[in-house]
Design a protein around this ligand. Structure first.
Ligand code: SAM
Ligand code: DTB
Ligand code: SF4
Length: 330
């Protein structure tokens, strides 16, 4: 898919529109491109926790921070697949495995992750990974194992980036995204709101995401979960209407993408989440834990969908398998 480049001025103008006009337009774009009742339920699992050498200021898993977290070595494939099976039984159609690695290194650990991907894919779920930086050859191996998408976030604007992370650069993130695209894997790429960035940083991030070629298949919108022991633990929460505004702009600029509400939903009211769904968000992570931080209980999420008349996306056994879906879209 190629996309027309958006100018920064056009993104600025969109972002500045009256909020309810923006939500109205986003809802219209959403309805033209997706079933508005459909909500994809996804499950996250931390397959290797803590001890990461990068210094991301928000992260519980960085060795540069002092979060109270038990380090864990890479999980066994059979344990991961057991969790994936449970996630599928509880209605998830996508299973995302996260490792606290700065980059993938070839060797036994990566071989094991490829086995996990194959196992999840063979279950008929979308398989997603987030493992840090990746070479093109490693991306090709993940593709061959059946990976649907690779999560690699830009997190914030290029301009604000080094206020939050100094051990890796924006260009390194973009290089991994290029390697993912070259291997024919869909990118799941988004950011975090509430890091202390300004409005212009949020605009710049949305502008960069929308101009990725191809555009991300999935755009995770994380809200900072302030973790004790990290430099951002006392950060003021993002204004909820700024969150809605970013979701609406993401939906308008990336009409085909899944706009995925990721970290931070636990502290967001159900009314605000309903407005986010109106503005085009169509995927959530369910289950009581994200990677290391808490998430709404499954029953609360399914209850909210029922109250709003939304329906969890059907499992693939009732529809096309992910591989067939991709072939259809090509
Ligand atoms: N190490 C890999 C990497 O950084 O690409 C993958 C795991 S990392 C935990 C995945 C993403 O989680 C980060 O890119 C960031 O956007 C998000 N994240 C991590 N900690 C967060 C927090 N406290 N609040 C919100 N989002 C967070
Ligand atoms: C993404 O953008 N958000 C998810 C997923 N991709 C891997 C991770 C959120 C992590 C939140 C902090 C934690 O639980 O450690
Ligand atoms: Fe490591 Fe990823 Fe956390 Fe950064 S966000 S410290 S790279 S696990």
């Amino acid at each position: 898919m190629t996309n027309t480049a958006y100018s920064l001025d056009s993104v600025k103008a969109l972002y500045a529109r009256p909020l309810l006009d923006l939500v109205y337009e986003a809802a219209s774009v959403h309805r033209a491109n997706h079933d508005p009742q459909d909500m994809q339920m996804c499950t996250l699992l931390s397959i290797k926790t803590g001890g990461c050498a990068e210094d991301c200021g928000y992260c519980s898993q960085s060795i540069h921070n002092n979060a109270d977290l038990e380090k864990e070595i890479l999980m066994k494939t059979s344990d991961v697949l057991e969790q994936a099976r449970k996630a599928k039984e509880s209605g998830s159609t996508r299973f995302c495995m996260g490792a606290a690695w700065p980059r993938v290194l070839d060797g036994r650990a990566f071989d094991r992750v490829c086995d996990m991907v194959k196992g999840v894919s063979d279950m008929g779920m979308e398989a997603c990974c987030t493992l840090g930086m990746l070479t093109e050859a490693q991306a090709v191996r993940l593709k061959e194992a059946g990976l649907t998408a690779y999560n690699h976030n830009l997190d914030t604007s290029r301009e604000f980036y080094d206020k939050v992370i100094t051990t890796r650069s924006y260009d390194e993130r973009l290089d991994t995204l290029k390697n993912v695209a070259k291997a024919g894997i869909a990118a799941c790429c988004g950011g975090i709101l509430g890091l202390g960035e300004r409005e212009e940083d949020r605009i710049s991030l949305l502008h960069t995401l929308a101009n990725l070629n191809p555009q991300p298949e999935s755009v995770p919108i994380n809200v900072l979960v302030p973790v004790a022991g990290t430099p951002l633990e006392k950060q003021k929460p993002i204004d909820i209407f700024e969150w809605i505004r970013c979701i609406a702009v993401a939906r308008i600029l990336m009409p085909k993408a899944m706009v995925r509400l990721s970290a931070g939903r636990l502290t967001i009211s159900k009314e605000a989440q309903a407005l986010a769904f109106m503005a085009g968000a169509n995927a959530i992570f369910t289950g009581e834990k994200l990677l290391t931080t808490p998430n709404p209980e499954k029953d609360a999420d399914y209850g909210l969908l029922a109250e709003l008349g939304l329906k969890p996306r059907a499992p693939y056994k009732d529809g096309p398998e992910p591989a067939e879906k991709q072939a259809d879209a090509a």
